[in-house]
Structures are given as structure tokens and as C-alpha cells.
Design a protein around this ligand. Structure first.
Ligand SMILES: NC(=O)c1ccc[n+]([C@@H]2O[C@H](COP(=O)([O-])OP(=O)(O)OC[C@H]3O[C@@H](n4cnc5c(N)ncnc54)[C@H](O)[C@@H]3O)[C@@H](O)[C@H]2O)c1
Length: 318
């Protein structure tokens, strides 16, 4: 089966936190978006989210056909899937729920259309279990919020065709996302495992009384964080090795780092640690509601990506 037909119409299944943000992004890239969600007020909440995101998306550059008028909403999922060239699924994160939902999506979506799940951790092999056409089922996991953060992790399951994975990678790349291909599926994919690995040590240092919550956040966001954001964790060691580059790093700096892995910790998440974390975060938030914090973060990230795109001589896209 070839999945090379042009994508014009995208079905968004589930319009919560992630589905709403995907909707805004796909509209900004000029697609017809048909969204579906059974929750009461889902349409009003979705339209409000898109309206709020639109000024930022406009600043980062709308595609030629971009319009909020291209958004339609229906509570009838089968209608939403009819004629969809691509499905982006964003339903609740429960394996049993996804397995059932994917069987329904599979039955109602054209067989030459890709069905991508935003799932943060469920593997595609699980989701495609009950599908008659599992070859087009894969994970296209965004990083929150997809209308701001470029990363999409593409993962195929045991029954996904290489052609579908290739097409999904090409599609996401063509609309300005930074798509990476995971050659093996594993719970949590990759980006969340990386977050988790770092956060285990962050919580350990807080638990041990080494750092306050505020200083732990500063240690990441004013130290390695910006460097990771520009180069990632491996290329930056080429710089860490000085004139000797990565070879010098491997010979001289990697061995003590490997030794230090033995003393990394695993915290026990007690009620006391939860309280310490909550109090620290509330001090940092300083009365700002979550929506305001998200807006402040999005504005700053968009500016950082604008500078980065300028440096690299290419147009900015989330
Ligand atoms: N929140 C995150 O940071 C994040 C990041 C990346 C990926 N994800 C993934 O995205 C998916 C959605 O997560 P979320 O945070 O947006 O959750 P959410 O709870 O905000 O949204 C889920 C939506 O699915 C809807 N829904 C329930 N049953 C449905 C059905 N049968 N058909 C269609 N919609 C249905 C709900 O009404 C709700 O609006 C999950 O798989 C999650 O792992 C979440």
C-alpha cells in the first residue's frame, strides 16, 4: 500500500490538551481540520484554544491556506474520519481504551490514510492489535504543546509498514516539525524516558536536601539546559573536549562520568517529598496561573527558536 497521496484533510480525534494544540498547528499550516470529541463543551473549548494560539502562530508565520475557518467539529467520529488523509489521535492514555478506539478508527478511515497516535508511552503494537489494516497505524508523538515545540517521535509497531513510517516522517518534516524515527518501539518512546532519567536525579537531589526546588530548576535551565537546547547532549561534548573534540572527551572525560553513574540516586517519593516539591513550585509560580505560565513559556520558546532559525538561515516553524 502506498501512502503518498497529498494530505489536505486531517482528522483530530480527541481535542483535549494535545488535540487542541495539534488542531491549531495544522490549521496554521493550511490544512482542513475536522475535529471530534464526545466531551461536553469540546467544540467551544477547542475554538477558544485555537483563537488564543492564533496570534503566536501568526507571528511565527502562517502557511498560504491557513485559516481558522478550515476547522470543523463533529461529535460523530465516523463522519470526522470520512475522507481524512491523516488521522492524529489524542484520546485518553489507557492501553485498553486505545486498543478499542484504534479498531474503530481503523474501520472508518480510508485504507490509504495514516493513523498516527500522540500517545506518550503506549507502543503502536498494542494500539494496532485489533486493526484490520494495522500497516498504517503508528505513533506520531509530539512534545507538549505541538503548536510550539517541534519534536515528533515517529514509531512503527510490529505490523506497521516501512512505507507508512517513511511517509509519516516525510509528512511531519514537510510541515516544519522535527521528526525523529525510533527504530524500535519501547514504552515511553524516547523523549519522555530522557526527561524521566534527568528528573529522577533532580528529585533525588531535592530529597537529599542538596538543592531547593528553585535551585534545581536553575541548575538545569541556566546551565546545561540552554546548551542541550542548541546542540543536544552528544554534539556538545565535542566542544567539551576542547581542541581534541569528541575523541578527547571520550578518552578523558567520559570515564569519570561513567564512574559517577554508580552514585546517581533514586528518590523515594514520600508525601514529604511531594509536599516539598509542591511548595517549591508554588513559590516559583508566585501566584501566576498555569495558563499565564504556559503563555510566558511559549512566548520565550518561540523567540528562542526564531533566533535559532535566523542563525541557521531558515524560516522558523514549530
Ligand atoms: N499532555 C501532554 O503533555 C501530552 C504530551 C504528548 C502526548 N500526549 C498524549 O496525547 C494524548 C491525549 O492526552 P491529553 O493530555 O491531551 O489528554 P486530555 O485528557 O486533555 O484529552 C483527551 C481527550 O480525549 C477525549 N476523548 C475521550 N474519549 C474519546 C473518544 N472516544 N473519541 C475521541 N475523543 C475522546 C476526551 O474528551 C478529552 O478531551 C494521550 O495519549 C497522551 O499520552 C500528552
Amino acid at each position: 500500500m502506498s501512502f503518498d497521496k497529498p494530505v489536505r484533510r486531517i482528522a483530530i480525534v480527541g481535542t483535549g490538551v494535545i488535540g487542541a494544540s495539534w488542531s491549531a498547528y495544522y490549521l496554521a499550516r493550511g490544512f482542513d481540520v475536522v475535529a471530534t470529541d464526545p466531551a461536553p463543551n469540546a467544540e467551544a473549548n477547542l475554538r477558544k484554544y485555537v483563537d488564543n494560539a492564533w496570534p503566536l502562530l501568526t507571528r511565527t508565520g502562517l502557511s498560504e491556506r491557513a485559516s481558522r475557518d478550515r476547522l470543523t467539529f463533529t461529535t460523530d467520529m465516523v463522519r470526522a474520519l470520512d475522507g481524512a488523509d491523516l488521522v492524529q489521535e489524542n484520546g485518553p492514555e489507557r492501553p485498553d481504551f486505545k486498543m478499542k478506539l484504534f479498531a474503530e478508527l481503523d474501520a472508518a478511515t480510508p485504507v490509504d490514510s495514516i493513523i498516527a497516535s500522540s500517545s506518550s508511552g503506549i507502543t503502536p503494537s498494542v494500539m494496532q492489535t485489533n486493526c484490520a489494516h494495522p500497516e498504517r497505524v503508528l505513533v506520531g508523538h509530539p512534545f507538549n504543546p505541538p503548536h510550539v515545540i517541534p519534536l515528533v517521535e515517529v514509531v512503527g509497531g510490529a505490523k506497521t509498514s516501512a512505507e507508512a513510517v517513511r511517509r509519516a516522517m516525510a509528512f511531519y518534516s514537510s510541515i516544519g516539525k522535527k521528526a525523529i524515527h525510533l527504530k524500535k518501539e519501547l514504552p515511553g518512546h524516547v523523549a519522555n524516558r530522557l526527561q524521566s532519567a534527568l528528573y529522577r536525579e533532580v528529585l533525588y537531589l531535592i530529597e537529599q536536601g542538596v538543592l531547593s526546588v528553585e535551585d534545581a530548576d536553575a541548575a538545569v535551565s541556566y546551565g546545561p539546559g540552554p546548551r542541550w537546547g542548541v546542540m543536544g547532549p552528544s554534539l556538545q561534548w565535542h566542544l567539551g573536549g576542547g581542541q581534541g573534540g569528541i575523541k578527547h572527551f571520550i578518552e578523558h572525560l567520559l570515564p569519570p562520568m561513567v564512574q559517577s553513574w554508580k552514585v546517581l540516586g533514586t528518590p523515594t517519593v514520600t508525601p514529604e517529598l511531594q509536599r516539598t516539591l509542591t511548595e517549591g513550585v508554588m513559590r516559583e509560580a508566585a501566584g501566576r496561573p498555569v495558563d499565564q505560565l504556559a503563555e510566558e513559556e511559549n512566548e520565550t520558546i518561540v523567540e528562542l527558536f526564531r533566533v535559532r532559525a535566523q542563525q541557521e538561515g531558515r524560516p522558523q516553524r514549530a
